[in-house]
Write a protein that binds this ligand. Structure first.
Ligand code: MTE
Ligand code: MO
Length: 419
């Protein structure tokens, strides 16, 4: 494999693996804004970043169990209705400033193409917070602190619109030729696939449901998608683990059974703590899709020294499947007593979970609490509750699994306070 032509990356990223390149922003950088700037967005790769030199020669194949397979050029994909645009940008000054800083022209573009609501999709790696799980009992996989996620505006076509072009209509759950899954195949090559491309699939009912908002994205935060994040085209499957959002899309194929690729069948499955590398039987579990409820504190580290008095506890909370965040609980005594943190997305709009007009369904929720810290040592904790009343588990070991995925246990930060 060839890592000689990797794209430039922001120097503040914390590199967890060099080749393939895996990196996350610092805790502080992660929550500087509601929208994660592309530079700070975590990068999770399984091979070298592919190069698409000539965009005019790029095409996306759509085939398999469909009546009329096609090839689409980037220009044809861009002609489909574009989702991401907004006329409501002005409500969020932070979003405004972000665009101002990044690219004023793309913001104006977006405002002029008004019509539909701006869509924020977060993406979270199933391996987020793996390091902390591995510290309890070793797991296999790239180590991550708490920043293997980000929240962006993805611009592109809806997969449900694209599939109509090959005769698969909206809300289809099986095609006339027996297609039940939509497989995404990448251009990149990885060793787990023995030099073949990265791939994944979603059920056709999700792919053809316009409300599921599965996107074929060619823009990220109003700019052309960059190489690290999937240039020229990637899938964004909201509400599920990042692994299903295939980057550098080459081909979409309609198949009968779910994708048999490595990352669907031999990885990214949640096993019970009793399963080890000697007794594992991959076929006993389904590929992980929905993300469970998650939260973490980004404003503090172990073991920060803070001045006694008012301390800001801030971070993110997010759930899968489009579920909202009902509550964020914060403790400064290791979970004996709790305060409720305030939640927010857009500045000036009160956050109400699962209400389309006041929340971005697929986006993260930021939280903040100001606490009065007096004790010398404090065990600060956060846990979130989603709109289905799912709560994060207290203990890491109760959800320990050999691949170290989905560490959603209560997030602790230990601090010392001295005058
Ligand atoms: N797509 C391809 N083609 N190759 C990859 O290695 N990694 C997946 C997914 N899509 C991957 C991929 C994983 S595990 C995650 S978490 C997300 O992309 C990360 O997306 P990002 O790098 O844009 O943050
Ligand atoms: Mo991932």
């Amino acid at each position: 494999s060839d890592y000689s032509r990797e794209p430039p990356r922001h120097p503040s990223l914390k590199i967890n693996a060099k080749e393939p390149f895996n990196a996350e922003p610092t805790r502080q950088d992660l929550i500087l804004s509601y929208i994660t700037p592309v530079d700070y967005f975590y990068k999770r790769n399984h091979g070298p970043i592919p190069i698409v030199e000539d965009i005019d020669r790029y095409s996306l194949a759509i085939d398999g169990l469909v009546d009329k397979p096609i090839q689409l050029s980037m220009a044809q994909i861009r002609l489909l209705p574009k989702y991401n645009v907004t006329a409501t940008l002005q409500v969020d000054i932070k979003v405004f400033l972000f665009y101002l800083f990044r690219n004023i022209y793309s913001m104006l573009d977006s405002i002029m193409e008004s019509g539909s609501k701006i869509m924020f999709h977060h993406l979270q790696c199933a391996g987020n917070r793996r390091t902390a799980m591995s510290q309890q009992l070793k797991v296999r996989g790239v180590g991550w602190d708490i920043s293997a996620l980000g929240n962006a505006v993805w611009g592109g076509a809806k997969l449900s619109d694209v599939l109509e072009l090959v005769g698969v209509s909206k809300l289809t759950s099986v095609t006339s030729s027996g297609g039940k899954h939509v497989e995404f195949i990448s251009i990149d090559k990885c060793k787990e696939e023995k030099g073949g491309p990265y791939k994944a699939s979603v059920p056709i009912s999700q792919a053809t449901n316009p409300e599921a908002d599965v996107l074929l994205a060619y823009e990220m935060n109003g700019e052309i998608l960059n190489r690290d994040h999937g240039y020229p085209l990637r899938v964004v499957v909201p509400g599920v683990i990042g692994a299903r959002s295939v980057k550098w899309l080459d081909r979409i194929t309609i198949i009968e059974q779910e994708c048999q690729g490595f990352f669907m069948q031999k990885d990214y499955k949640m096993f019970p703590p009793s399963v080890n590398w000697d007794n594992i039987d991959w076929s006993t579990r389904r590929p992980q899709m929905d993300f469970p409820v998650q939260s973490a504190i980004c404003s503090l580290h172990d073991v920060d020294i803070v001045k006694p008095g008012k301390v800001r506890i801030a971070g993110y909370a997010v759930s899968g499947g489009g579920r909202g965040i009902e509550r964020v609980d914060v403790s400064i005594d290791g979970g004996k007593t709790w305060f409720e943190a305030s939640r927010y997305q857009k500045t000036g709009v009160p956050y109400v979970s699962d209400d389309d007009s006041s929340c971005d369904k697929w986006a993260w929720v930021l939280f903040e609490a100001i606490v009065n810290l007096q004790s010398e040592n404090a065990d600060i904790v956060v846990k979130a509750v989603d709109s289905s009343a799912n709560v994060q588990p207290e203990n890491v070991m109760s959800i320990w699994n050999l691949r170290g995925i989905l560490n959603t246990s209560w997030h602790h930060v230990y601090v010392r306070s001295t005058a």
